[in-house]
Design a protein around this ligand. Structure first.
Ligand code: MG
Length: 373
């Protein structure tokens, strides 16, 4: 096993679990966190939740599950190279989207809108709620009772209002400090994963073309290199080879730049990491190229009319479900029924956020279609 850097999160400097437990046998505390995440119900549901393309649109598109696994793969490679805690970054990566609603960002925006008078809905906060509270599997505690650093890493963003209510897990938002390097890596691995797999899925679906992507420098430079080296390559292989080289460029740049940043700060401890500026970063050139790719995807994929149609439908489904449940609480499964308006709203949001795409579609049909009970 590689020696961890002194500023990595380890079993020696962890702030531990809310409910004290015996040390695990044969695995580390952070391996245990990862294992609990993989065994959770919310993790299995990721298989049937939209990343960009709704689950039933095609068998080869990324789902939130395969997205999370790709994030973990990238994050682990970076963590290992930097002698950081690979198990922690893997746990954060696998858990980062557990709180996502069905239908991707459209679903989350719609639910946030519905919850406007009840504290809103943030998917990061919901991921934390899943691991802290909503998973009901263990005899001795609610949730998964994960280590502090895993929970803190899951809470990637958080409003000032929520940070004030959340206690020590949101301390860094109040103190304007950074999370561990392992959490920072998971965050950027997320960005690398979705930018690249959305290019791949966008091309596969026909919503994007190679010609359009030719205007994105990061893509064009690798596409041209692959075409020059392999002029006869069939298109699927050309795309994959280009995307894999893009990922490689981004990951290598991230590793180099982060190593430079760490060296420049003369880091000694985890507290140094917290006090320093964000150290896991791309170089200026690559950051700019990555930003260009991201805005291309916004303009041409996420706002493509076929994606917009699905998003509109998704928002309608989420809104209809929310209002139907709020108007008549008796329509809810008993475990989600509450007394007060505020408690009901949160329970309905938990119920809806936990749904897979197809479950939400079916539930909508059950409530609104006349021909089915
Ligand atoms: Mg993600």
């Amino acid at each position: 096993m590689i020696d961890l850097a002194p500023y990595a999160v380890s079993e020696r400097n962890t702030r531990g679990r809310v409910v004290a437990e015996d040390a695990p046998h044969g695995r580390s505390e952070f391996q245990r966190d990862r294992d609990r995440i993989i065994h959770s119900t919310a993790f299995r549901r990721l298989e049937y939740k939209t990343q960009v393309f709704v689950n039933h649109e095609g068998d080869l598109f990324r789902t939130r599950l395969t997205h999370s696994i790709e994030v973990a793969q990238i994050a682990r490679s970076v963590a290992r190279r930097l002698r950081l805690n690979e198990d922690l970054t893997e746990a954060i990566s696998l858990a980062h989207d557990l709180g996502h609603t069905p239908f991707g960002h459209a679903g989350q925006d719609a639910l946030h809108d519905c919850m406007r008078d009840h504290g809103g809905f943030e998917h990061n906060l919901q991921s934390l709620r899943v691991v802290d509270l909503l998973e009901e599997r263990y005899a001795a505690f609610d949730g998964l009772n994960l280590c502090f650093e895993t929970r803190e890493g899951i809470l990637k963003h958080c409003s000032a209002e929520n940070a004030a209510k959340l206690g020590d897990v949101a301390e860094r938002f109040r103190n304007k400090q950074r999370p561990s390097l392992e959490a920072q890596i998971a965050n950027l691995a997320d960005e690398i994963a979705y930018n690249n797999h959305d290019v791949d899925d966008g091309l596969r679906s026909g919503l994007l073309t190679l010609e359009q992507l030719g205007e994105v420098r990061l893509f064009a430079q690798h596409l041209n290199a692959v075409r020059n080296q392999h002029p006869q390559l069939p298109e699927r292989r050309l795309i994959h080879e280009t995307v894999r080289r893009m990922i490689n460029t981004l990951v290598s740049d991230l590793m180099r730049e982060t190593e430079r940043n760490i060296a420049a700060q003369n880091l000694q401890t985890l507290d140094d990491v917290r006090a320093a500026p964000a150290l896991v970063a791309f170089s200026d050139t690559v950051r700019e190229q990555s930003r260009e790719l991201k805005s291309f995807l916004h303009a041409h994929l996420y706002r493509h009319y076929r994606v917009m149609r699905m998003s509109a439908k998704a928002r309608r489904i989420i809104r209809d479900l929310f209002h139907a449940f709020m108007e008549d609480k008796r329509l809810l499964p008993p475990q989600f029924q509450r007394q007060t308006e505020a408690e009901s709203a949160r329970a309905v949001a938990d119920y809806i956020a936990g749904m897979t795409d197809r479950y939400a579609i079916r539930e909508h049909r059950r409530l609104f279609a006349v021909e089915e009970g």
